[in-house]
Ligand binder design. Sequence first.
Ligand code: DI6
Ligand code: FE
Length: 436
Amino acid sequence: MIWDRLLRNLHLVTLSEGETGWGMLRDAAIAVQDGQIAWLGPAERLPGRQARHVLDLQGAWVTPGLIDCHTHLLFAGSRVEEFEQRLEGASYAEIARAGGGIMATVRATRAASAERLLEEGRDRLRNLMREGVTTVEIKSGYGLETETELRMLRVARELGREAPVSVITSFLGLHALPPEFAADRAAYVDLVAGEMLERAVAEGLVDMVDAFLEGIAFTREEVSRLFEAARARGLPLRLHADQLEDGGGAELAARFGALSADHLEYTGEAGVRAMAEAGTVAVLLPGAFYMLRETRRPPIERFRRMGVAMAVATDANPGSSPLLSPLTALNMACMLFGLRPVEAVRGMTVHAARALGLGADRGSLEVGKRADLAVWRIGHPAELCYWLGADPLELLLIGGEPTVPPARRPVLPRALPLRPSLRPAGRPGRRPPRSR
Ligand code: DI6
Ligand code: FE
C-alpha cells in the first residue's frame, strides 16, 4: 500500500499520552494515511514504503496542532473603555454589577447580524491558526436570549465548516443574568435549561454545556438545574469555576463528572481532591489572570501532587482576556503560574484534547490519531513558551492536508465606532479653534 503523505527530515515532539515529557524524537519521519497518523519513528527505521507526496521539512520541529479548549471567540464590539476604567481602579465585578462587562458585549452581539459575527470571528480565528491552532472551542453566552444564542452557535458551526480547523461548541446560556429577568432569576434558568437548550440541541449546535458559577453570575443550585437537564441529554459538561472567589465550583463540576473546570484561582483543597477523583481537567486561563491583575494563582502545586491534568487556553474574549495569541498564553502559563514549558505545551495539546473529550482522537502524535500537525522553525520545543511575538509557525497539516498559516489580520477596526477625538481632521466634530 502507498501512504498519502510522508514528512521527512524533521524532529518530532510526540507528547504521548500516559507520559509526562516531550517525547522528543530527533531525525524522524511521519506518514499520513486517510487523515490519520499511519507511522512515525526514527528516519533510519522508515519502512521502504512509497508515498504519494513527500515533504522535506528541513530540520523543522513537528508537534501536535495546538488545541485552544476555552474561547469566547464570537462577539461584537469592544470593551476597551472598561480596560481604561480598570486601569483607573474599577474592578471587573464592579463594572459587571453596574451593567457593563458581559452585558455590554451582550447588547452589541444581540444587535449584530450573523454575517458580521462570522466575519469578525474569521479574523480572530486566523490569528489563532497563525500560531498553530488546529482545534478551537467556541462558546455562546453573549446572546442570553434564544435567538441570539442560536445565532452565535450557528455561526460557530459555519466557521467550523468553512475553516480547516475543527470547531467544538459550548452552550453558555448561563453566562450572565440578562436585566429583563432581574426580578425572576428562576424563570431565566428555566428558559436556559428548557427551551434554549432544547432548540440548540435539536439543531445539532451543542457539543458541550458550560456555565459561569460565580457571585456575579449563577449559584450552585442554578447551575445544577442546567447540568441535570444537560446530563439527561447525555451532553458533556464543563464549568467556569472559582475565578473570583471559592464558590465550590470545582466540587460541583467534579460531582457532575464534568470534563473540565476552568479558571480555578480560588479553588481550595477539597475542590482539587474532588477533581482528582473525578478525572476533571483543570483548564488554566492565564490571560484572564493577567488582564484582571489577579494576584491569587490557581493551586498548581496541588494539581500536580494530586494528579489533576492541567490544560492551558486563551479564554479569548472582549472583557477579561482579549488574547488572540496561544503562544503568549503558553508563555504566561510559565511566567505567571509557574508551569514548566513541557507542562504548558502538554496543556495546549494532550490535556486540552481531554478537556474537550477528544483525547482518543487528537492531542498527541500517535499512530491512529488525527494528523493535525504544527511545523515550527525552532531549535527546541520549549521555545514555543519562550519567545514573544516570534511568529515561528511554518506550516499546518490539518487532517493530513497542508495548510499555509494565514496572515495575521487586524481584529478590531470594524468593531470600533470612531470617537470624536479620533476622527480624522476635516470630518464633522469639534471645530478647531480659529487662528488668525
Ligand atoms: N469568565 C471569563 O473569563 C469570561 N467569561 C467568564 O465567565 C469573560 C467574559 C467577558 O468578560 O466578556
Ligand atoms: Fe471564559
